[in-house]
Design a protein around this ligand. Structure first.
Ligand SMILES: [Zn+2]
Length: 121
């Protein structure tokens, strides 16, 4: 095992993950509420229907993105507990610190992320 992250560093990333998770859970549950309110408005005022469905679509997409990141954060936290945090899930190599700093819930190292974006993974 060539995994070098120290315990203190790990705790810091874990805290960042937990903070972000809490934030996103807040946003997602608020978006769900806004979605329901938009439903109510559509029923009340047919003339605004187009605007409202646009808003709803936006909120839905936004909350889907947030949900996806929440999922990634959850997986990252599981990797923290399993002692596998900071290791790329594709190549098993250690992730670059700047990669984890930028995206603490990243699953792939920079190299594998590039490959994935080019459809090679
Ligand atoms: Zn990799």
């Amino acid at each position: 095992m060539f995994y070098l992250m120290d315990k203190k560093g790990l705790e810091q990333y874990k805290k960042r993950l937990l903070d972000r998770k809490e934030q996103l859970q807040d946003i997602v549950s608020r978006a769900e509420q806004d979605g329901r309110e938009a439903d109510g408005e559509i029923a009340n005022d047919i003339a605004d229907k187009a605007t409202n469905s646009y808003t709803k679509e936006f909120l839905f997409k936004k909350s889907n993105d947030d949900r996806f990141i929440l999922q990634l954060i959850q997986e990252a936290l599981e990797r923290v507990d399993a002692g596998e945090y900071g290791v790329c899930v594709a190549c098993g190599g250690e992730m670059q610190p700047k990669r984890i700093d930028a995206v603490p819930w990243a699953r792939h190292c920079i190299e594998c992320q590039n490959k994935q974006e080019q459809g090679q993974l």
